[in-house]
Every structure is written in structure tokens, then in C-alpha cells.
Design a protein around this ligand. Structure first.
Ligand code: KMH
Ligand code: ZN
Length: 271
């Protein structure tokens, strides 16, 4: 089986220090957390910028600092967010793509998001995809529900995303697909041949879905963006702690963990 790519989603847009005291917020803190996760075995860092107050921001200059500081410490693949936070405009959200990072997320549909709506109109999705194509940025297609796989394949037909696609199943968001084994299997079966996939389980479904992905030949996303608890009622001490657990599990289950260089090869990124 292909080696396991571990993505660490370090901070997200919604989590606060009240939820998780060890949440990295400044570019220095995010870079240090990425470095710790890389030492533990992560090969992709999914990052959101935060402003000086710790609020979500898509400011290009903050992303520039994050990318520079991480790249000065290690060779982890930096994946910027174009999801940002609910309510941001497409222009705001697209800013980090102009920095030509190696990867960026691209959510391929609108979805309820708790009591909010995470808006991604068909026109806006095409704009994001085109911008990524123009800047040579590899998209990770964020799939919050099964219908979004059809939307993703429409982008391929339109020539806006090239195959093989790489997708992230984001499961367990209130308002989106539930994080069950059955749902994961159903979504994996809808993918075209050659596609790669990872799974981000929100909250308590993170660990069971990650374990399923290791067994099924998918890849894994962990981190404070998706889950702040290491186990029921016990907060995690760091993002790296989650990565360490996945590395242990994967080894026990007989699957090797990919280095960033190996992850680049699997995902078709430049070495
Ligand atoms: N913060 C969510 C509304 C992404 O990074 O691309 C969207 C999100 C997805 O986090
Ligand atoms: Zn994100």
C-alpha cells in the first residue's frame, strides 16, 4: 500500500484559545507547531492566517510570513486555506493563492456549517480553481458532502482541475455529512480511478475515521482545526501529539508513513 500522508491542520478559523489553550495563532507559533508536527511525521501543514487579535484573516502578508517561517524550519508541504472563515468574500479568500504556495484547499460546494452557511457558489468555485491553475497551485478538493464529488468532477470536465484529483473528505461538520464508516466507504467508491483522498473527521469521529483511512489506503488529517481533544474530556497538548498517535497506529497496522518528499511524489508535486 502507498505510504501514509499525514496532514496537520494546525489552527483553522473557528477554534479559539478558550477551546484549546495551546492553539498556535501568530506566524511564529504556527511555524513552530508545523515544525513539531513535521518532526513527529506530518508531511503537509494546512494553515489559516490569524491577525494580531487572533481572529481569522486571509491577509496575504500574514500568509507570506507563515510560509517563509515554516519553510525556514523544515520541508513540510504548506497548504494554505482558501476557505478562510464563513462570510469572507472570494477576493479575500483568494489572497494566499497569489503567493504560489505548493497547495491550497478548494471547497467544491455550499454547505451548512453549524448555524452558518459556508458559501461556495458554482461561479466562485470556478474562479478559485482558475486562480489555482494560473498560479500553479495544486488544489486539495474539500468534500463536505457526497454531492460535492460530482461538483469536483465537473471542474475536471471543464479543464479547471487536472487529474488525478486529490480530495479531503471533511466529515462530521454539523450540517454536512456525518462521520460514519458507511458514509466514508460510499464516498471513496464515488472517486475516479487514480484519485487520492484524505479524511478530516471533526471532533470525536477523528480517530475512528483516521484509522479507517489507514486501513483503506487513504490518507489522514489531524489537528486543532478539526479536534481539540486527545480523548474524551482530555485536551490535546499539541498538534504534534495527534501526529505521534497516527504514526504509532499506522506502524502497528503495517503501513509506513510518507516523508514530505515522498508525499510530493504521491501527489504529483514538484520535488
Ligand atoms: N473555516 C471553514 C469555514 C478550508 O480551509 O479550506 C472553511 C475551511 C475550509 O476551513
Ligand atoms: Zn481549513
Amino acid at each position: 500500500m502507498e505510504k501514509l500522508i499525514i496532514t496537520v491542520a494546525l489552527d483553522g478559523a473557528e477554534v479559539t484559545r478558550e477551546h484549546q489553550p495551546n492553539l498556535p495563532l501568530s506566524p511564529d507559533e504556527i511555524a513552530e507547531a508545523a515544525y513539531e508536527a513535521w518532526k513527529a511525521g506530518a508531511s503537509i501543514a494546512h494553515v489559516h492566517a490569524r491577525d494580531e487579535q487572533g481572529n481569522p484573516s486571509q491577509d496575504k502578508e500574514i500568509y507570506r510570513q507563515i510560509i517563509e517561517k515554516i519553510s525556514a524550519k523544515c520541508d513540510i508541504i504548506v497548504q494554505v486555506s482558501t476557505g478562510g472563515a464563513v462570510g469572507m468574500t472570494p477576493e479575500e479568500r483568494l489572497q494566499p493563492v497569489t503567493l504560489k504556495p505548493e497547495m491550497a484547499t478548494l471547497t467544491v460546494g455550499t454547505v451548512n456549517f453549524g448555524n452558518d452557511v459556508f458559501m461556495n457558489t458554482p461561479t466562485d468555485i470556478e474562479i478559485y480553481a482558475k486562480a489555482m491553475q494560473d498560479h500553479g497551485v495544486r488544489p486539495e478538493l474539500e468534500i463536505f458532502d457526497v454531492g460535492m464529488i460530482t461538483n469536483a468532477m465537473r471542474l475536471v470536465k471543464q479543464g479547471l482541475v487536472s487529474e488525478p484529483v486529490h480530495v479531503d473528505f471533511v466529515m462530521g461538520v454539523p450540517g454536512a455529512i456525518a462521520g460514519t464508516v458507511d458514509n466514508l466507504l460510499h464516498m471513496v467508491r464515488q472517486l475516479p480511478a487514480g484519485a487520492t483522498w484524505t479524511v478530516a473527521g471533526v471532533g470525536r469521529v477523528q480517530l475512528p475515521l483516521n484509522t479507517m483511512a489507514i486501513l483503506l489506503g487513504g490518507h489522514v488529517r489531524v489537528g486543532f482545526e478539526d479536534n481539540v481533544y486527545y480523548e474524551k474530556g482530555v485536551l490535546a497538548t499539541s498538534n504534534a501529539q495527534f501526529v505521534e498517535r497516527i504514526v504509532r497506529l499506522s506502524k502497528e497496522l503495517g503501513r509506513e508513513v510518507a516523508t514530505p518528499a515522498e508525499a510530493r511524489k504521491i501527489l504529483g508535486l514538484a520535488p
